[in-house]
Design a protein around this ligand. Structure first.
Ligand SMILES: NC(=O)c1ccc[n+]([C@@H]2O[C@H](COP(=O)([O-])OP(=O)(O)OC[C@H]3O[C@@H](n4cnc5c(N)ncnc54)[C@H](O)[C@@H]3O)[C@@H](O)[C@H]2O)c1
Length: 435
């Protein structure tokens, strides 16, 4: 029996637990080493993730990269560090999987792809939303032509800080060390919604418009309308915001509408948000509620829809009076709909193709191929440019490397926010003030 693929995890912070779920009992791969600049964090992660003591823990990347048992490196560090870590991994002969957004600039993205190509190793961007089972099912419906050609993709995101459920014991959903880099210019363009989380949404919009066989529209320009919101006095949040994604054809486009309602009770074990996806095709509609969270769980009337996929199509063959020839709604809510499944499937898909010494099928819209990863990053960067020009149109053709605008607006964190407990106190205080 061939040896399992050995996986080295670089960065054992907030997302590491979800990211590594797929390696539990995985037939093709196993985690053999962890590395974090903060060694204590890696050690406690090993225990929390239930990994055996034989899993090596390092605080130096060189030690992990010189470990012969490591075949694949999963990079789960802040985006600005992805490129140097990925290039060094490729040069050490390791396959590379890098969390989204893969890089801050196109040149650093290209550097990673070229290094992997030169070293003859595999490179992929880890974007789990495309693996969310209802979205994977929606991809299949589009591929089967059930709604005709995709014309409009709308993502609706509701945010809240009033979550029911906990992620790793934190009400905040991230520890302060995570929050701090997410609101920095050099690490995230001060755009936790539009740049960091945005990569997922741009990937979904671009994915349905253009990455399913028969649908080849490319996003060519974006407009980012945003009204900054101060959250809990600490964070200047890039929301509410509405993004318009244009293609070369006027009737093919996407939107993403995100806002935070501070006290909206949100059923989510992960981050304080939930998404609904709507896809309009030339012959029908797909509607998929429930993603990161699950807004409708616990709703007495069942809410507008159990998580899953609903579609209306002329192919649906319904005869519902008074519109006998107009088709009917159908649904599939049988798949797992907890967001964690998207991570498990995304992790395992890579392990299974590597174990067979194969690569992803070009026609499969779920994995992000190198060219697609670059296109989504271009959208990401163009949105930052538009954001800084008060929503003006930013074409993807004009993006050469980064957003190209030096922005010094907004101080995101108050000086007193020195540790998690201060942030928690501030939240409690803010809640009291809000009555
Ligand atoms: N797929 C998703 O839904 C999702 C969700 C959250 C975060 N992410 C992505 O995962 C990445 C990490 O995010 P996070 O929230 O876990 O951040 P985090 O700050 O909680 O964790 C990052 C960890 O990396 C370590 N680190 C930083 N530089 C390092 C280096 N050079 N070598 C070794 N370790 C290093 C830090 O000490 C920290 O423990 C980001 O790119 C983020 O966008 C993805």
């Amino acid at each position: 029996m061939p040896r399992k693929i050995g996986v080295g995890i670089v960065g054992t912070g907030n997302i590491a637990l979800l990211h590594t779920l797929g390696y539990k009992d995985c037939p093709e791969a196993r985690i053999v080493a962890l590395c974090d600049l903060n060694r204590g964090r890696a050690e406690s992660f090993r225990a929390e993730a239930g990994l055996p003591a034989s899993v090596e823990v390092y605080d130096s990347i060189n030690k992990l990269y010189s470990n012969d048992k490591v075949d694949l490196v999963e990079i789960l560090t802040p985006h600005a560090s992805h490129a140097p870590l990925a290039v060094a991994a490729a040069e050490a002969g390791k396959h590379v999987s890098v969390q989204k957004p893969p890089a801050m600039t196109l040149s650093s993205y290209d550097h990673m792809v070229n290094a992997a190509h030169k070293a003859g190793v595999r490179f992929r961007v880890y974007e789990n939303f495309r693996y969310h089972p209802p979205y994977a099912r929606a991809f299949q419906l589009v591929r089967d032509g059930v709604i005709g050609r995709v014309e409009v993709v709308n993502v609706r995101m509701f945010g809240s800080v009033n979550c029911v459920g906990e992620y790793r014991g934190s009400k905040l959903r991230f520890p302060l060390h995570t929050l701090l880099w997410k609101i920095k210019e050099s690490q995230n363009y001060k755009a936790p919604t539009l740049f960091d989380d945005g990569y997922h949404k741009h990937s979904i919009v671009q994915g349905f418009l253009g990455d399913v066989p028969g649908n080849e529209a490319r996003v060519t320009a974006v407009r980012a309308w945003c009204r900054w919101q101060r959250l809990y006095k600490l964070v200047q949040l890039d929301s509410p915001s509405v993004i318009i994604y244009e293609t070369a054809k006027a009737n093919l486009y996407g939107t993403w509408n995100a806002n935070v309602v501070k006290n909206l009770p949100m059923h989510s074990n992960y981050f304080g948000c939930d998404e609904t996806l709507e896809i309009t095709g030339s012959d029908g509609i797909i509607y998929a509620p429930g993603c990161t969270g699950n807004l409708f769980v616990g709703c007495e009337c069942g809410g507008p829809g159990k998580p899953g996929v609903y579609w209306f199509s002329k192919e649906a063959g319904g005869h519902a009076p008074p519109f006998p020839a107009a088709g009917t709604w159908k649904s599939d809510t049988s798949m797992p709909t907890d967001w964690s499944q998207s991570f498990i499937d995304c992790t395992r898909h890579l392990a299974s193709v590597l174990a067979r010494d194969e690569w992803f099928d070009d026609r499969d819209p779920r994995p992000i191929h190198a060219e697609q990863g670059r296109q989504i990053l271009k959208i990401n960067i163009a949105i930052i440019r538009s954001l800084r020009n008060d929503g003006a149109k930013a074409t993807l053709a004009s993006i050469i490397d980064g957003p190209g605008v030096d922005d010094n607006e907004g101080v995101n964190v108050q000086d007193e926010a020195k540790d998690d407990s201060n942030v928690q106190d501030a939240i409690v205080q803010d809640d009291k003030n809000a009555g």
